[in-house]
Design a protein around this ligand. Sequence first.
Ligand SMILES: [Zn+2]
Length: 503
Amino acid sequence: MAAAALILPAVPVTPPDYHRIISDRLRIPDDKSLPVPVGLLACQRQHSRDPLLREISTTVVSCNAHKKEQTQTSNKKKKSSATQEKLFEVILHDTVLFPEGGGQPSDIGLIRSASGEEYQVTEVKRRGGHAIHFVKPKHDQVVGLEVGSHVIAALGEDGYMRRLDHMCMHTSQHLLSALLETELNLPTLSWALTSYPTPSYVELTRSITLEEIAQIQAKAHRLAYEGRKVRVEVEPLDSENHPGVATLEGGRTVGKALPSDYTGGIKRTVIIDGVDKNPCCGTHLPSLHNLQLFILPQTESLARGNTNTSRLFFLCGPRLHAHLATSHALLTDVAGILSCGTPAVPARVSQVIEERRRVDKRAEELEFELARIVAEGLLGEMNNSGDPAFVKHYHRTDDSARALGFLQSIASAFITGSPAQAKYALVLTSSPVEKRSTSVTTVLALGSDDERTKTMGDALKTQLGVKGGGRGVRWSGKWIGVWREGKEGAIVEEILKTTQKTD
Ligand SMILES: [Zn+2]
């Protein structure tokens, strides 16, 4: 028998009991000249069978130019950008665009007038109990958004993707915080829905172990496979049922209280069946099916005053997919560079680092040996010169990462090998192979006595513009630019000759 075709809906279906008004005293206002309060907005009700109601036909309740704060017009540049950013504040009877709240950022979207003109909604904010849409005008006007006009408020493609991400992360946070509380007795102090695609986090009173993370992760997966339902209950908000906020022994509050300026009069509770019951104004998935919550197996410790807290990071939905794609691409690139399969990457990287360490050690030993040979050459020159005060400029072209260290090694070997009564003044310079205006030449001056070194250092500063300083018989500095033997080299020779003459 042929397998029966399984017909799945294009998107998960929101069950009819997703949103429940559990009080006789509460009705969704149908007077189109008044706004539905925040707490009962269409984006918070999701009364359609689409879990993400993408648009709604509604009417304009008010439309006014947004008055910008004066502080932004202090200079000409800011003035022009302020003009570009002229916005209108629009209140609609109802909306699918969620105003920021409960840790969830604002939606973006559009408002379409009856004649088809589309205006971008850059942000939605709650003021008192109302959702204010910040609308970008066209030619400084919002034609068709007059009070009483019929309009469509829509998320649009970008707004839909942004909201889907926010919903996945917000429902994940509720589940994660509930499991931390029930399984580990760990309250969530706060949480942050960070900007896409970075992981969001919950802040906890202590760091947690990898075993504890694995335990929470396994429980979260089990609940997701079971497809636990998520639903919302709303009732009028009054003094008896006002959600309080717990305080820890140290005085730190757990979670966020209802904002004191909220005047919508609605108490909204988000319930994950058998797992969690939490006052929240955010938008949530209708079930844990395919929640894909992934907890990053690491915590970040934070020290705040005399309390230590930690952040536990998590990903879900579109953010998790982006993370997997980026991580996989990075790992594949690294494996390609190392010419190995991806599972062999850690071992291969360790091997490369170990090889590098050995090579560095050998290079250091060879440099030390070479420094001694160079110093011996300079000492031989000094001994053969017969000059009462030996002067010498030694220049090398070298791409060493530790040019000064190498010049210091030459200087040390020279000091060790020179007779006690010898008088000398040396300038050692090292330039990179590539000649650019930003190239750095390392300069080291070495004198047989402090005075001689100081004279050289001062002259290198004033006559050549070397930036540096020194103590005792050594003076070191840096010179930036293209080093030419005929010019900069000649100045050094001149400085050394003057040093010799003053003897
Ligand atoms: Zn919430």
